[in-house]
Design a protein around this ligand. Structure first.
Ligand code: ZN
Ligand code: ZN
Length: 779
């Protein structure tokens, strides 16, 4: 009996592509024919059950657990013609075996006999063919075999799996004899439909219905409690398990372990684990994964060693957990050791473990090793492995390499999913590259992911970061139903690009439509208020954020409020606001006040604020620069000079300015006074020409030192002027905030060359058009 293969097509199986009902019916007919020859059916069954369930996303650690629990551990009720009679008896009624007389009754019947009907119903459950199932149900009633216990259970299972819970309950209520198998089917159905409360109250009612739960019932209930972290209910199930003496069954105590570890009750899990006489790979792995999930990485790794010492071999899932723990601990040596172990065991190239290795190396910044692993996996590498690789590159700031890996992935015909597109669009944002963004978008149009809400939000963000608010707006307007993430991206885009009104209107619309704003929505709309001088509106929103939505303001919100008041010239109010904050003011909260002091020429307060900032961040070079400029403007040249000296003394250097521009799908970087690029002589020539034209209009000489004239953004824009087609916008990105001279220079160019210039500095977007800027000259 032990050697009999278990051939079930259990409910967890799913086709990679949805099958049209018609095809299902055809298949069913085919199956009917096949059933005449049992050999063929068994083969088919084998083939089908070999296929793994679909997965998505990058994390394999959480998803894969079920795959390594055998069917028995899952506690899923299985039935069907595909089992040999022996296994059929074993599993179907758990302990209540059908006697041989019953078996022979079954096999002697015609095509409409019990077993045949059961196999048809099992097919319907698996494929979700509710209509077909209903038709067979009618046939069953007509032929008077509906009262058969096994047929009845199959019917409950079919309705439950097709999520027609009302019909399943109706059947249960009318069963002449209610057995535990039918109850298990109903509980599984509730669980699959996400109806936890219904499942739990039905479970509690079993006693009054005269049904004794078996270990499948308990395992299912424990798994269900674990999945919704319902620890109180879980404890009640545990109590029942002890009372009914089921706690010695492996699947039950493993279920308990998983429940406690999932709910973070590691102490209880540990004492349960200690008390176990027989610990199998699932018990060990449940504990190991529990520690990993709750940050006990060292403990998790120690358990892996103990497990091996105890003579239990880790399985692939254990290794994925171990590798993930190494990555979280930033322990490369340990990671390499596990890599070596899985290599020896021949597990390293499988999808699960292989992807975990890619993930581990990526997270530890060992990009070359991650790429090597992916290469070795070759065709075995699934989209999840590729996703791990691309995500690793993006998180390590290697956006260009991420785009290259993405191209490889597409070339390798690996199926890109929602996650792939979201992460590659993040790379586009980082670059930023409008051309790549457009390419990814054109790929997206051909897939079903164009309408995916997460991908859409990432696309809006990527277009916005690449300097094309128009494209962002287009994507947004095409979304059938925008969620809060998409809305936030769009509000932010409006606010950053000089459309504060649009940002505020969209925010209001979002609130009116009943979508709850998040802290990011508030940040975006507060910044919009600040840019449009809506001080009162801003204060109101800030209050409502706490009062109506219970969102605690963070440093960024406080900083935004200081900016709001500062811009409007309410310097004293801003200072009061900072002094009355519930948190200790930080440098980012003080900084906008210094900018406002400069803007409103309040040197006295600027000196005070500068001291505060330098106390918190002595290396902040911009503070010296601002003060020095303010002294110069006030004619205090000696003080200005002192600031410059102090700056060198404190070694508070500014990060070197760098600007970049994309021409013909290539990104060109420029540093201040750059001479490296072969086109530089032409660039300087253009710069000289523009300066000349400016002086002609102003009728005064430019009068600034070369160091200012040769700022990187001026070079990048001039490169754009000589290398981009006449009608194309110039988009330049800069790592620092744009200086006043460059800002007015850009305004001139937009007028002289009749060019639209988009300049993104590390703070906001500037759209220069016809001699003026979208920021209203305050940035
Ligand atoms: Zn500049
Ligand atoms: Zn501007």
């Amino acid at each position: 009996m032990a050697s009999t293969p278990k051939l079930f097509l259990s409910g967890s199986f799913s086709y990679p592509y949805p099958v049209k009902d018609q095809v299902k019916v055809k298949k069913c007919n085919y199956l009917t024919t096949c059933m005449v020859n049992q050999q063929v059916t068994i083969k088919t069954a084998y083939k089908l059950s070999d296929r793994s369930p679909e997965r998505s996303g990058v994390s394999t650690t959480d998803l894969s657990f079920n795959r390594y629990m055998n069917d028995e551990e899952k506690g899923v009720i299985k039935n069907g013609y595909f089992s040999t009679i022996g296994t059929f008896n074993d599993v179907f009624s758990d302990g209540e075996r059908i006697n041989d007389a019953q078996v022979s009754t079954y096999s002697s019947r015609s095509l409409l006999d019990g077993r045949f009907v059961i196999s048809i119903l099992s097919f319907c459950s698996r494929e979700g063919c509710l209509e077909l199932g209903k038709r067979y149900h009618a046939l069953i009633i007509k032929n008077g075999i509906g009262d058969d216990q096994f047929v009845g259970t199959s019917l409950v299972d079919m309705y439950a799996k097709c999520r027609d819970m009302d019909s399943a309950v109706r059947l249960i209520n009318h069963m002449p004899f209610l057995d535990v198998s039918s109850c298990n089917c109903l509980i599984s159905g509730y669980a699959n439909s996400g109806l936890f409360d219904e499942a739990f109250s039905f479970f509690m009612k079993l006693d009054t219905l005269g049904v004794r739960p078996n270990h499948y019932t308990y395992s299912s209930m424990l798994a269900l409690c674990g999945s919704v972290l319902a620890i109180e209910e879980g404890k009640q199930v545990h109590a029942q398990i002890v009372k009914t003496q089921h706690s010695s069954k492996t699947s039950v105590y493993n279920g308990l372990l998983t429940l406690y570890t999932k709910c973070g009750m590691m102490k209880d899990a540990e004492s349960l684990f200690e008390s176990l006489v027989h610990r199998d790979v699932i018990s060990w792995t449940a504990m190991i994964n529990g520690w990993r999930q709750h940050g006990g990485f060292r403990k998790a790794l120690r358990l892996v060693c103990l497990m091996r010492e105890g003579g239990v071999d880790p399985n692939e899932y254990t290794y994925t957990v171990a590798l993930a723990s190494c990555a979280s601990m930033k322990n490369l040596d340990c990671g390499c050791m596990f890599h070596a172990q899985v290599l020896k065991l021949g597990m390293a190239l499988g999808d699960f473990v292989g992807t975990s290795i890619v993930n581990m190396y990526s997270r530890l910044g060992k990009i070359c090793d991650a790429i090597k692993q992916l290469k070795e996996m070759g065709k075995m590498a699934s989209n999840i492995s590729w996703n791990a690789q691309i995500a690793g590159l993006v998180h390590n700031g290697k956006a260009t390499e991420a785009v290259e890996a993405f191209n490889e992935m597409v070339k390798n015909d690996a199926a890109c999913d929602e996650f792939t597109y979201s992460i590659i669009l993040k790379a586009c944002s980082l670059l930023p590259s409008l051309a790549t963004c457009e390419q990814v978008h054109s790929l997206l149009v051909k897939t079903k992911f164009e309408s995916n809400i997460h991908v859409g939000s990432s696309l809006i963000e990527a277009y916005n970061n690449s300097g094309s608010m128009e494209d962002a707006e287009k994507v947004f307007s095409r979304m059938s139903k925008a969620d809060v993430v998409a809305l936030n991206s769009m509000i932010k885009a409006y606010s950053q690009n000089g459309y504060p009104r649009k940002a505020i209107i969209l925010f209001q619309k979002m609130v009116e439509e009943g979508i709850k704003p998040t802290n990011i929505s508030f940040l975006a709309v507060l910044s919009a208020c600040s840019h449009s001088g809506l001080v009162q509106e801003g204060h109101k929103l800030f209050e409502s954020m706490k009062k109506d939505y219970g969102i605690q303001p963070e440093e960024t919100h406080y900083s935004c409020m200081v900016d709001l008041m500062g811009r409007a010239g309410q310097l004293e109010n801003a200072l009061d606001f900072i002094n009355n904050l519930p948190i200790k003011p930080t440098a980012p909260i003080w900084r906008p006040l210094l900018a406002a002091c400069r803007w409103h020429s309040n040197l006295r307060m600027a000196e005070f604020v500068a001291k505060k900032i330098l106390h918190l961040d002595p290396k902040d070079g911009t503070v010296y620069v601002i003060l020095s400029n303010m002294y110069t403007e006030a004619g205090k040249h000696l003080d200005a000079e002192n600031q410059r000296k102090l700056m060198t003394l404190e070694e508070a250097a500014k990060e070197p300015g760098c600007s970049w521009i994309e021409v013909d799908n290539k990104i060109y970087r420029f540093f201040s006074r750059d001479k490296s690029h072969p086109a530089m002589p032409k660039v300087y020539e253009k710069l000289k020409q523009v300066k000349q034209q400016m002086e002609n209009i102003e009728q005064t000489p430019y009068g600034k030192e070369d160091i200012i004239l040769h700022h990187s953004e001026k070079l990048a824009v001039c490169f754009g002027l000589i290398s981009l087609p006449a009608k194309k916008q110039i988009r330049v990105f800069k790592n620092l905030r744009v200086c006043r001279d460059c800002h007015s220079f850009m305004k001139y160019i937009s007028k002289i060359a009749e060019k639209e210039i988009v300049l993104r500095d590390n703070y906001r977007f500037h759209h220069f058009k016809q001699g003026s800027c979208s920021c209203g000259d305050y940035w």
